[in-house]
Design a protein around this ligand. Structure first.
Ligand SMILES: [Zn+2]
Length: 73
């Protein structure tokens, strides 16, 4: 698996979640050996949901013109 940020090598790592849980919780995730980017199953799930929403939005609006925000003078 390649890193989404730098395309470096991702390795399996054990991560300790101390902020989001009531008790410290270990989970398995992926860590980039080059830049230190971490992807756990929750991050991966959220990215998949965002990708699905963007894809649906794009396919449902493909025939409509793209509206751009007004530019500052
Ligand atoms: Zn990386």
């Amino acid at each position: 698996m390649k890193c989404a940020r730098c395309s470096g090598l991702m390795v399996t790592d054990h991560l300790l979640d101390m902020q989001e849980s009531y008790v410290p919780m270990w989970m398995r995730g992926m860590r980039c050996v080059t830049c230190g980017n971490i992807e756990d199953p929750l991050i991966h799930h959220h990215r998949m949901i965002q990708h699905t929403r963007r894809t649906r939005r794009f396919t449902s609006h493909v025939a409509q013109p793209v509206l751009r925000p007004a530019q500052a003078a």
